[in-house]
Write a protein that binds this ligand. Structure first.
Ligand code: FE
Ligand code: FE
Ligand code: ZN
Length: 299
Protein backbone atom coordinates (compact mmCIF):
# COMPACT_ATOMS: atom_id res chain seq x y z
CA UNK A 1 0.00 0.00 0.00
CA UNK A 2 1.22 3.45 -0.91
CA UNK A 3 1.79 5.88 1.95
CA UNK A 4 -0.81 8.60 2.36
CA UNK A 5 1.17 11.84 2.13
CA UNK A 6 -0.23 15.28 1.49
CA UNK A 7 -0.04 18.86 2.57
CA UNK A 8 -1.90 21.99 3.38
CA UNK A 9 -3.51 23.51 0.26
CA UNK A 10 -5.77 26.48 -0.44
CA UNK A 11 -9.55 26.32 -0.88
CA UNK A 12 -10.83 29.07 -3.13
CA UNK A 13 -14.30 30.42 -3.65
CA UNK A 14 -14.14 30.00 -7.44
CA UNK A 15 -12.53 26.57 -7.65
CA UNK A 16 -13.59 24.89 -4.37
CA UNK A 17 -12.67 21.29 -3.65
CA UNK A 18 -11.61 20.71 -7.26
CA UNK A 19 -9.03 23.49 -7.01
CA UNK A 20 -7.68 22.10 -3.75
CA UNK A 21 -7.40 18.64 -5.29
CA UNK A 22 -5.57 19.98 -8.34
CA UNK A 23 -3.12 21.89 -6.15
CA UNK A 24 -2.45 18.73 -4.12
CA UNK A 25 -1.93 16.67 -7.29
CA UNK A 26 0.56 19.26 -8.56
CA UNK A 27 2.68 18.48 -5.47
CA UNK A 28 2.53 14.72 -6.00
CA UNK A 29 0.28 14.38 -2.94
CA UNK A 30 -2.40 11.73 -2.56
CA UNK A 31 -4.25 13.57 0.19
CA UNK A 32 -4.57 17.15 1.42
CA UNK A 33 -5.82 19.48 4.14
CA UNK A 34 -7.46 22.90 3.85
CA UNK A 35 -9.36 25.61 5.71
CA UNK A 36 -12.85 26.25 4.32
CA UNK A 37 -11.98 29.98 4.42
CA UNK A 38 -9.35 32.23 5.99
CA UNK A 39 -8.25 30.57 9.25
CA UNK A 40 -8.35 33.88 11.14
CA UNK A 41 -11.89 34.93 10.19
CA UNK A 42 -15.38 33.51 9.88
CA UNK A 43 -16.23 34.63 6.37
CA UNK A 44 -17.35 31.47 4.59
CA UNK A 45 -18.91 31.15 1.13
CA UNK A 46 -21.48 28.54 0.09
CA UNK A 47 -19.96 25.34 -1.22
CA UNK A 48 -20.64 24.63 -4.88
CA UNK A 49 -22.07 21.19 -5.53
CA UNK A 50 -20.86 21.09 -9.12
CA UNK A 51 -17.17 21.52 -8.31
CA UNK A 52 -17.46 19.08 -5.46
CA UNK A 53 -18.86 16.40 -7.76
CA UNK A 54 -16.15 17.07 -10.33
CA UNK A 55 -13.57 16.73 -7.56
CA UNK A 56 -15.05 13.36 -6.51
CA UNK A 57 -14.81 12.13 -10.07
CA UNK A 58 -11.19 13.16 -10.39
CA UNK A 59 -10.33 11.70 -7.00
CA UNK A 60 -11.79 8.38 -8.06
CA UNK A 61 -9.74 8.49 -11.23
CA UNK A 62 -6.55 9.24 -9.25
CA UNK A 63 -7.27 6.70 -6.51
CA UNK A 64 -7.60 9.33 -3.79
CA UNK A 65 -9.94 8.48 -0.95
CA UNK A 66 -12.26 11.14 0.42
CA UNK A 67 -11.74 9.48 3.78
CA UNK A 68 -8.14 10.75 3.87
CA UNK A 69 -8.97 14.40 3.20
CA UNK A 70 -8.79 16.70 6.21
CA UNK A 71 -10.34 20.07 7.00
CA UNK A 72 -8.72 22.31 9.62
CA UNK A 73 -11.09 24.40 11.74
CA UNK A 74 -10.28 28.13 11.95
CA UNK A 75 -8.03 28.92 14.87
CA UNK A 76 -10.22 31.77 16.08
CA UNK A 77 -12.48 29.14 17.62
CA UNK A 78 -11.51 28.94 21.30
CA UNK A 79 -13.63 26.54 23.29
CA UNK A 80 -11.46 26.75 26.41
CA UNK A 81 -12.57 30.18 27.58
CA UNK A 82 -16.15 31.09 28.53
CA UNK A 83 -15.89 34.47 26.81
CA UNK A 84 -15.53 32.95 23.36
CA UNK A 85 -17.60 29.84 24.00
CA UNK A 86 -20.95 30.81 22.53
CA UNK A 87 -19.43 32.01 19.28
CA UNK A 88 -17.09 29.01 19.10
CA UNK A 89 -19.85 26.48 19.59
CA UNK A 90 -22.04 28.09 16.95
CA UNK A 91 -19.24 28.43 14.42
CA UNK A 92 -17.96 24.90 14.99
CA UNK A 93 -21.46 23.52 14.40
CA UNK A 94 -21.63 25.41 11.10
CA UNK A 95 -18.17 24.20 10.16
CA UNK A 96 -19.07 20.57 10.87
CA UNK A 97 -22.04 21.04 8.59
CA UNK A 98 -19.85 22.41 5.78
CA UNK A 99 -17.39 19.54 6.19
CA UNK A 100 -20.20 17.00 6.12
CA UNK A 101 -21.62 18.60 2.96
CA UNK A 102 -18.23 18.16 1.30
CA UNK A 103 -18.37 14.46 2.18
CA UNK A 104 -15.26 14.81 4.37
CA UNK A 105 -15.08 12.93 7.65
CA UNK A 106 -12.27 14.60 9.64
CA UNK A 107 -12.06 18.09 11.09
CA UNK A 108 -8.86 19.06 12.95
CA UNK A 109 -9.42 21.41 15.88
CA UNK A 110 -7.07 23.18 18.28
CA UNK A 111 -8.44 22.43 21.76
CA UNK A 112 -8.13 26.10 22.78
CA UNK A 113 -6.34 28.47 25.15
CA UNK A 114 -7.58 28.99 28.69
CA UNK A 115 -6.39 32.64 28.73
CA UNK A 116 -5.87 32.84 32.47
CA UNK A 117 -8.53 30.61 33.99
CA UNK A 118 -6.12 27.67 34.30
CA UNK A 119 -5.84 24.34 32.50
CA UNK A 120 -8.36 22.50 34.64
CA UNK A 121 -11.06 25.10 34.09
CA UNK A 122 -10.08 25.33 30.42
CA UNK A 123 -10.49 21.60 29.94
CA UNK A 124 -13.92 21.75 31.60
CA UNK A 125 -14.94 24.53 29.20
CA UNK A 126 -13.74 22.55 26.19
CA UNK A 127 -15.68 19.47 27.29
CA UNK A 128 -18.79 21.51 27.90
CA UNK A 129 -18.46 23.17 24.48
CA UNK A 130 -17.85 19.91 22.61
CA UNK A 131 -20.85 18.32 24.30
CA UNK A 132 -22.98 21.23 23.12
CA UNK A 133 -21.57 20.99 19.59
CA UNK A 134 -22.09 17.23 19.40
CA UNK A 135 -25.67 17.40 20.64
CA UNK A 136 -26.44 17.76 16.92
CA UNK A 137 -25.59 14.45 15.21
CA UNK A 138 -22.78 14.56 12.64
CA UNK A 139 -20.84 12.01 10.62
CA UNK A 140 -17.66 14.10 11.01
CA UNK A 141 -15.02 13.25 13.61
CA UNK A 142 -13.44 16.14 15.50
CA UNK A 143 -9.68 15.55 15.67
CA UNK A 144 -8.12 17.37 18.62
CA UNK A 145 -4.61 18.53 17.75
CA UNK A 146 -1.68 18.08 20.12
CA UNK A 147 -0.34 21.58 20.82
CA UNK A 148 3.05 23.19 21.50
CA UNK A 149 1.87 24.88 24.70
CA UNK A 150 2.30 28.39 23.37
CA UNK A 151 0.75 30.92 25.76
CA UNK A 152 -2.07 29.17 27.62
CA UNK A 153 -2.75 26.49 24.98
CA UNK A 154 -4.39 23.31 26.17
CA UNK A 155 -3.42 19.99 24.59
CA UNK A 156 0.34 20.21 25.21
CA UNK A 157 0.29 16.80 26.88
CA UNK A 158 -1.40 13.54 25.89
CA UNK A 159 -3.01 13.56 29.36
CA UNK A 160 -4.83 16.83 28.66
CA UNK A 161 -6.14 15.48 25.36
CA UNK A 162 -7.25 12.30 27.09
CA UNK A 163 -9.06 14.29 29.81
CA UNK A 164 -11.06 16.12 27.12
CA UNK A 165 -11.99 12.91 25.30
CA UNK A 166 -13.02 11.23 28.53
CA UNK A 167 -15.33 14.10 29.41
CA UNK A 168 -17.20 14.01 26.10
CA UNK A 169 -20.54 12.26 26.11
CA UNK A 170 -20.00 11.16 22.51
CA UNK A 171 -16.42 9.96 22.97
CA UNK A 172 -16.56 8.08 19.67
CA UNK A 173 -16.87 11.43 17.81
CA UNK A 174 -13.49 12.65 19.10
CA UNK A 175 -10.21 11.61 17.49
CA UNK A 176 -6.67 13.04 17.65
CA UNK A 177 -4.24 14.76 15.28
CA UNK A 178 -0.58 14.43 16.25
CA UNK A 179 1.65 17.33 15.15
CA UNK A 180 5.37 16.52 15.23
CA UNK A 181 6.46 20.17 15.60
CA UNK A 182 4.00 20.75 18.41
CA UNK A 183 4.88 17.68 20.48
CA UNK A 184 8.60 18.43 20.01
CA UNK A 185 8.05 22.02 21.20
CA UNK A 186 5.96 20.66 24.08
CA UNK A 187 8.92 18.55 25.21
CA UNK A 188 8.26 15.04 23.89
CA UNK A 189 11.27 13.11 22.62
CA UNK A 190 10.63 12.12 19.01
CA UNK A 191 13.87 10.17 18.57
CA UNK A 192 12.48 7.01 20.14
CA UNK A 193 9.28 6.68 18.14
CA UNK A 194 8.41 3.25 19.58
CA UNK A 195 8.48 4.66 23.08
CA UNK A 196 6.53 7.75 22.01
CA UNK A 197 3.79 5.68 20.35
CA UNK A 198 3.62 3.43 23.43
CA UNK A 199 3.14 6.50 25.60
CA UNK A 200 0.43 7.75 23.25
CA UNK A 201 -1.20 4.33 23.24
CA UNK A 202 -1.21 4.07 27.03
CA UNK A 203 -2.74 7.52 27.57
CA UNK A 204 -5.01 8.18 24.60
CA UNK A 205 -4.99 4.92 22.61
CA UNK A 206 -3.54 4.55 19.11
CA UNK A 207 -6.99 3.72 17.72
CA UNK A 208 -7.85 7.39 18.33
CA UNK A 209 -5.09 8.65 16.03
CA UNK A 210 -6.69 9.98 12.83
CA UNK A 211 -4.14 12.34 11.33
CA UNK A 212 -0.46 13.24 11.62
CA UNK A 213 1.02 16.66 10.86
CA UNK A 214 4.59 16.24 9.68
CA UNK A 215 6.60 19.38 10.40
CA UNK A 216 10.11 20.21 11.50
CA UNK A 217 10.56 22.84 14.22
CA UNK A 218 12.50 26.11 14.27
CA UNK A 219 13.09 25.72 18.01
CA UNK A 220 14.54 23.45 20.66
CA UNK A 221 12.45 20.98 22.68
CA UNK A 222 10.32 22.58 25.44
CA UNK A 223 10.42 25.93 23.59
CA UNK A 224 6.57 26.10 23.41
CA UNK A 225 6.94 28.35 20.37
CA UNK A 226 5.09 26.53 17.55
CA UNK A 227 7.11 27.68 14.58
CA UNK A 228 7.21 25.13 11.78
CA UNK A 229 10.33 24.50 9.71
CA UNK A 230 10.94 22.70 6.41
CA UNK A 231 11.55 18.97 6.65
CA UNK A 232 15.11 18.28 7.76
CA UNK A 233 15.99 21.94 8.28
CA UNK A 234 14.96 22.26 11.91
CA UNK A 235 15.65 20.87 15.37
CA UNK A 236 13.79 17.59 14.80
CA UNK A 237 15.65 16.57 11.68
CA UNK A 238 14.99 14.34 8.69
CA UNK A 239 16.01 11.01 10.23
CA UNK A 240 13.71 11.57 13.20
CA UNK A 241 10.75 12.64 11.07
CA UNK A 242 10.98 9.84 8.51
CA UNK A 243 9.69 7.07 10.84
CA UNK A 244 6.50 9.09 11.41
CA UNK A 245 5.69 8.41 7.77
CA UNK A 246 6.63 4.77 7.61
CA UNK A 247 6.09 3.26 11.06
CA UNK A 248 4.04 0.05 11.01
CA UNK A 249 1.65 1.32 13.65
CA UNK A 250 0.94 4.49 11.65
CA UNK A 251 0.01 2.75 8.41
CA UNK A 252 -3.10 4.10 6.71
CA UNK A 253 -3.13 7.32 8.74
CA UNK A 254 -2.98 10.46 6.55
CA UNK A 255 0.27 12.45 6.94
CA UNK A 256 0.01 16.17 6.22
CA UNK A 257 2.86 18.66 5.76
CA UNK A 258 2.35 22.19 7.10
CA UNK A 259 5.85 23.44 6.45
CA UNK A 260 6.55 27.07 5.54
CA UNK A 261 6.83 28.46 2.02
CA UNK A 262 10.41 29.08 0.93
CA UNK A 263 11.24 32.75 0.44
CA UNK A 264 13.70 34.71 -1.59
CA UNK A 265 13.76 38.50 -1.59
CA UNK A 266 10.82 38.76 -3.98
CA UNK A 267 8.54 35.78 -3.62
CA UNK A 268 7.62 32.72 -1.61
CA UNK A 269 7.29 29.24 -3.05
CA UNK A 270 5.44 26.12 -1.89
CA UNK A 271 7.89 23.48 -0.61
CA UNK A 272 5.55 20.50 -0.89
CA UNK A 273 6.44 19.06 -4.31
CA UNK A 274 10.05 18.75 -3.23
CA UNK A 275 9.44 17.74 0.37
CA UNK A 276 7.02 14.98 -0.61
CA UNK A 277 9.48 13.69 -3.22
CA UNK A 278 12.29 13.72 -0.62
CA UNK A 279 10.17 11.84 1.92
CA UNK A 280 9.20 9.25 -0.69
CA UNK A 281 12.84 8.77 -1.64
CA UNK A 282 13.70 8.58 2.07
CA UNK A 283 16.87 10.55 1.44
CA UNK A 284 17.59 14.03 2.76
CA UNK A 285 18.43 16.69 0.19
CA UNK A 286 20.82 19.42 1.31
CA UNK A 287 19.88 21.47 -1.75
CA UNK A 288 16.11 21.27 -1.20
CA UNK A 289 15.52 24.96 -0.52
CA UNK A 290 17.64 26.06 -3.46
CA UNK A 291 15.97 23.50 -5.74
CA UNK A 292 12.52 24.82 -4.81
CA UNK A 293 13.49 28.40 -5.64
CA UNK A 294 15.10 27.36 -8.92
CA UNK A 295 12.08 25.31 -9.96
CA UNK A 296 9.48 27.98 -9.38
CA UNK A 297 11.55 30.95 -10.56
CA UNK A 298 11.96 29.28 -13.91
CA UNK A 299 8.20 28.81 -14.39
FE1 FE B 1 -3.24 23.07 13.59
FE1 FE C 1 -0.58 21.16 12.87
ZN1 ZN D 1 1.63 24.66 14.46
Amino acid sequence: MEEIIGCHVSFRKDTGLLGSLEEALSYGANTFMFYTGAPQNTIRFPIQVNQTLLAYEKMKEKGISLNNIIVHAPYIINLANKKNQEFGVRFLKEELNRVENLGISKLVLHPGSHVGVGSEEGIKNIIDSLNQVLSTPTSVKICLETMAGKGSEIGKTFEEIKAIIKGCIKEEQIMVCLDTCHIHDAGYDLKDIDHLLDTFDQTIGLSKLACIHINDSKNEPFSHKDRHENIGYGYIGFETLLPFLYHEKLKGIPKILETPYVMDNKNSYPPYLFEIAMLKEKKFSKTLLEDIKKHYRKD
